[in-house]
Design a protein around this ligand. Structure first.
Ligand SMILES: [Zn+2]
Length: 416
């Protein structure tokens, strides 16, 4: 199974927006932007909401039929490991092999020695890579350090991949991504070269690789970091991947996967320019901001819709510590910048949607309020049918916001 050049991972916490998401993709395709949708939902998300991988597959199948969509699409077992992959096996055809927990832990010394011996031709000699300003030179000592940080993780990815391949009945039945983004160790382009060498050694036909870039990728808000450095690293990664595909005979469509945590608007133009420059593919994975578009749609509808959006905020405000805990490393909320529920309860539709919608030019926008609601989906999940009925009642406003967000704020800036 081969993943298209441009693909986008979309999340849908409550399983109600696949059709609106698909419509955004189809609108892009109609404009000649051939981006393919991948529905991703992690183990963590399923556990918090109480859904199952099969629910995602069912929802997506229904959306595809309802829209009359004949193009490519996938369902991603997002951030899985050996401990939980079996649950996802049947419903998924895309697997994000998350081996971040194994980074920073050294492999067996004999394995590191064998890896170094196998790749001696890459060491202590300038490697000319198209697209890099200067040849890359890596000493044996540096390569050993890289191996000590990442070889064990790639070995684990190999075990996980082989387990899935066997269960799915062969390599053609799946798309494999190797992900190391949820770690404290950013991977530089030199790391990338040796990680890809190790992936080839393990025989993993990876079609996407998700490194950790430098800078902060907080959930649902913009990138925080040095844009010039990101641009350099991103371009160098593209160059290294193109080189590694040829040198190590990796799948020709191997591409970067950016686990964006959604809405990294300031780096979107950088990525757009770079993939055009290299003719490279890209997988852009976004997180749960579709759920925030649901809230915006509800608030926009006013009346009972606005009331339930306020109710969810008030409950979330009271459970700040509990709700942010599973996301501690990827959110950054200043408690003092959160409006009190008593204040929010007096807000108009414009005040609520202005604070929540990710429009950094809007003076009402409050990224703390937005992040608080981003992690508040547990509150909505606990409301159960009350929340789902509200979505149904205000379907048109919700659908409009979900589609416009994906098409105009994500697909067009990144792939257009
Ligand atoms: Zn990720």
């Amino acid at each position: 199974m081969q993943l298209a050049k441009y693909s986008m991972g979309v999340g849908d916490r409550f399983g109600r927006e696949a059709l609106s998401q698909l419509r955004a993709v189809m609108a892009a395709q109609a404009r000649g932007i051939q981006v393919v949708p991948v529905w991703n939902k992690s183990n963590r998300e399923h556990t918090i909401i109480g859904t199952e991988p099969a629910d995602v597959r069912d929802e997506v199948t229904a959306a595809v039929m309802a829209a009359g969509y004949y193009g490519e699409y996938h369902v991603d077992a997002d951030h899985i490991g050996l401990g939980n992959v079996d649950w996802f096996m049947e419903a998924s055809d895309f697997f994000t092999l998350d081996v971040a927990d194994f980074t920073g832990k050294p492999a067996a010394q004999a394995d590191i020695d064998a890896f170094i011996a196998r790749h001696r031709d890459l060491l202590d000699t300038p490697i000319a890579i198209d697209g890099l300003a200067a040849p890359m030179t890596v000493t044996e000592a540096e390569a050993r350090q890289i191996a000590a940080k990442f070889l064990l993780a790639v070995q684990e990815a190999g075990k996980l991949y082989r387990h899935i391949e066997q269960a799915k009945g062969g390599a053609d039945a799946l798309i494999a991504e190797v992900s190391m983004d949820e770690t404290d160790l950013p991977q530089r382009p030199t790391d990338m070269l040796f990680i890809l060498a190790a992936i080839a050694d393990e025989g993993i036909p990876a079609q996407t690789i998700a490194p950790k870039f430098s800078g902060r990728f907080n959930k649902g808000v913009d990138y925080v970091g040095d844009l010039a450095q990101f641009e350099r690293e991103f371009n160098e990664d593209l160059a290294v991947i193109a080189y590694a595909v040829k040198r190590f005979a990796l799948p020709k469509n191997l591409k970067l996967s950016v686990h964006s945590g959604s809405d990294k608007f300031s780096i979107y133009p950088i990525m757009n320019k770079a993939i055009k420059r290299f003719g490279a593919g890209l997988h852009l994975k976004t997180a749960g901001t579709t759920w925030l578009e649901e809230l915006i749609g509800l608030a926009e509808a006013g009346g009972s819709g606005l009331a339930i959006a306020k109710k969810i905020y008030a409950a979330a405000y009271g459970r700040f510590d509990e709700l942010r805990k599973p996301y501690a490393t990827v959110i950054d909320i200043d408690w003092n910048k959160l409006p009190a529920p008593e204040e929010v309860n007096n807000w108009t539709t414009e005040a609520f949607t202005g604070a929540l919608r990710h429009d950094q030019k809007c003076p009402l926008y409050n990224r703390h309020f937005r992040q608080m609601l981003h992690v508040a989906f547990k509150v909505a999940a606990e409301l159960g049918t009350e929340y789902l009925n509200a979505l149904k009642e205000h379907e048109a406003a919700v659908a409009r916001n979900v589609s416009v967000n994906i098409l105009e704020r994500h697909i067009l800036p990144v792939f257009g």
